[in-house]
Design a protein around this ligand. Structure first.
Ligand code: ADP
Length: 198
């Protein structure tokens, strides 16, 4: 199984790329989705968060993310507690999905991971695919198309590694400063160039 590590800053176009790769036949493991799944009702991590942080469970038993973020990210100790509860579950689920894909005979697996470079997980993949667009364009797309508040979009971008660091870690860069069609064409060319294609 050939593992493609897909990353990029928020609003760069990662979801668009991973959807196209899925259409082309890749199996996608979505790290954001996994991190939401491990705190769904019934999951042990959710109960542990409720025992560790005050008032983070809503009346209907779901996670109050804003309240959790407020408490967990206000101190290094809070962040460490949050990570100790969620990270092992995220890792376990990720490894299981990789294994299931291999067992199902997947030839190409896309590991869609916003923090691939930050978390130094590039050694888990055969190739690093970075989706790139200028910060100002990403902000405009996040505001216009995903309805984010501009200040929030800027804060989120500022909290991530900078563009140069990400680009330096890339084996392939997809330039998403043009149209969606331009991006899809680059994905298709990348796919056609993968080992075992043609
Ligand atoms: P990410 O998953 O990296 O956060 P998305 O794929 O969700 O990024 O893209 C961010 C927003 O910009 C989405 O609303 C998406 O539809 C839009 N978008 C992505 N690529 C383009 C493009 N080339 N032109 C215009 N809008 C785009």
């Amino acid at each position: 199984m050939y593992i493609i590590g897909l990353t990029g800053g928020i609003g760069s176009g990662k979801s668009t790329v991973s959807a196209r790769l899925a259409e082309l036949g890749a199996t996608v493991v979505d790290a954001d989705l996994i991190s939401r799944e491990v705190v769904e009702p019934g999951e042990p991590a959710l109960a542990e968060l409720g025992e560790t942080f005050d008032g983070v469970l809503t009346a209907d038993g779901t996670l109050d993310r804003a309240e959790l973020a407020r408490q967990a990210f206000s101190s290094p100790e809070g962040t460490a507690k949050l990570n100790a509860i969620t990270h092992p579950r995220i890792r376990e689920r990720t490894v299981r999905q990789f294994r299931e894909a291999a067992e199902a005979g997947a030839r190409y697996l896309v590991y869609d991971m916003p923090l691939l470079i930050e978390n130094k997980e590039t050694d888990k993949v055969q190739t690093v695919l970075v989706v790139d667009a200028p910060d100002e364009l990403r902000i405009r797309r996040l505001v216009d198309q995903r309805g984010l508040d501009e200040a929030d979009a800027r804060r989120r971008i500022a909290a991530q590694i900078d563009r140069e660091t990400r680009l330096a870690a890339a084996d392939t860069v997809l330039d998403n400063s043009g149209t969606r069609e331009d991006l899809i064409a680059q994905v298709d060319a990348f796919w056609a160039g993968l080992p075992g294609q043609s």
